[in-house]
Design a protein around this ligand. Sequence first.
Ligand SMILES: [Mg+2]
Length: 276
Amino acid sequence: MSALRDRYDTLLLDLDGVVYRGEAAVPHAIEALNAAQAQGIACCYVTNNASRTADEVAHHLRALGLSVDERQVVTSAQVAAVLVAQLLEPGSAVLALGGPAVAYYLEQAGFRPVASDVDHPSAVVQGYGPGVGWADLAEASYALARGVPWIATNTDSTFPTRRGLALGNGSLVAALTHATGRVPDAVAGKPEPALLTQALERMHSQAALMIGDRLDTDIAAGSRLGVDTLLVLTGVCTEEASFHARGLERPTWVGQDLRCLAAEPIRWYPKGVRHA
Ligand SMILES: [Mg+2]
């Protein structure tokens, strides 16, 4: 028997709805990923969530029973700082709008994070932070009116909390779009390719599988980079919805949960086949 995981050297994993839901692990996820790693398959965790550092995410994953170091975690705040480095000289002031991780990674990349347009930032980086308020958004609107580059960590309209869906970074990006008439010049997170590109480079992968619970972010991002994709039904997307996926949102594989990595693949969407 040939298991699905035998085809790949690297698993790129979304977190929420794939590895954990809130604080707790998704059933079977930890066992499946430990078994893959024991077989020599690299696991890399890719998250649109910009509110935590890679170290904090790795700590959470270790608490759930995974063997992970921070180099196996790529966050959209990290990648946003990489995108800024393609535009600005080191030492430039950058308006860091979001949680502490946004400013942290700008600083790590050699920039000077600032909170006000009075400091003449040369770019705006916007990521999720629960403390972001009107005054912070106003500073960004002043900077954006001067025409400086605008980089968003991600544009997810919502994210899941214990009490339901809360507004995500994309909703605050939309507020600035409404105010300024601009849209971000670059987005680090899925479905844009930058996050996965960084992960693939870091892991030196030849054959990667992108695993996620959302068609419009995880699966679309993998498809754009030409890597195989696995949709697991432990998060947002239902099996019914997966049947209707089209184009970049069509996964290579669909599994009930991560136990499918150890199984012989049974549900496969051959490329080019269209369901009626
Ligand atoms: Mg997810």
